[in-house]
Ligand binder design. Sequence first.
Ligand SMILES: [Fe+2]
Ligand SMILES: [Fe+2]
Length: 450
Amino acid sequence: MFHQSLTRDAATVSFSDIAGAFSYALDLTEGQPPGHSIRCCYIAGRVAERMGVTGARLGHVHYTALLKDLGCSSNAARIAELYLADDRAFKQRWKTVPARLPSTLRFVFRETGRAATLGRRIGAVAHILRHGDAVAQEMIVARCTRGSAIARTLRRDEEVAHGIYHLDEHWNGSGRPDGLTGEAVPLESRLALLAQVADVFHQAGGRDAAAAEVERRAGQWLDPAAAAVFATLAREVGFWRDLESPLIDALVAARAPAEEQVVDEDCLDAITAAFGQVIDAKSPYTAGHSVRVADYAEGIGQRLDLTAARLRQLRRAAALHDIGKLGVSSAVLEKPGSLDEAEWVQMREHAAHTARILGRVGVLGDLADLAAAHHEKLDGTGYPLGLDDRTIRRETRIITVCDFYDALTADRPYRAALPVEQALAIMAGEIGRAVDADCFAALRAHVQTA
Ligand SMILES: [Fe+2]
Ligand SMILES: [Fe+2]
């Protein structure tokens, strides 16, 4: 039943539509205003077209700009650790810092350890000043390596993976990871970076601020020819009207490469796997969590005789259940001690974020509901909606027990992994509250015979 409706809907949806919807999760990770990736895609595409770029190359620019932040979650935990900072706010503010050394230093002094004790703060700043270069290189290498690998999981062309890898290269050679200069920087990367600068400053300070910043960085960070084309576009009212339109998603979808108008089931699986990797890269303590939960869920679903179509949907929902954690600060996710009230509110918000992110992607059917309910409880005390035994669906119950089991049997910031039997005993005590009896029996059978 689901399979049929998915196939019908999918025929009208392009890969770009789905990637565009998921790109909102990347914006959340970067602390950017919603729609940042979509707008960057629009800006880069318009500049490319004006520069005479056509055909497949235009498609490469499209996907490089749309997916430029695929690796962004990989440095979140490191930023929180090094700068004692909320990674999302830190990244957002960093992008508005002028490209000059005094500004960078001021930023480091101001942002590092804002909420930490003076002693810890001084220690952190000293560490950054001593190792700043190596730290920046390490974080950018992690980000671009991860981003290009995930682009390959998404089955994008090598030019897109390459474009994402070199996103942080600068025209004058001052960028990373390889310090490429001028036209040695892939065109896709040059345009994605220009679009990023333009959108960040447009969102923060308006049209004139965006135009001024691109002009200021021309010949330094940015390709001067592309910056000159942007300056022409920036004098056209229609360009800004499109960019500020509530219909920007549709405008960008209409610009997607024409040959990719059909999304099939395998493609949806590839997107699921890719974003599972984005989620798992966010936190070293939950690395592999999404994949393991998906594996357990599939095993339990088979034991409970779910149909092939439901199993496929279950696996996707399980892999993406924590996608909302991309909107939670790593300072909270990685905190070794117990969370205070405000931090708990932020942590619990991840389930609602999951609903919002997956809810954007209509073709994914009921995936958003199945995934976002994984912290609901049979006795009605869960979140975000307080659903209960009457309304929590079987797929969700399966995801919940798998999530619980993996949380107990993997290392956490506040405790080491528990042995299997101890984890199962704890879960048995929750039957009828957080844990469904049938799903638990299937899980126990699954892990004890594995
Ligand atoms: Fe969760
Ligand atoms: Fe989880």
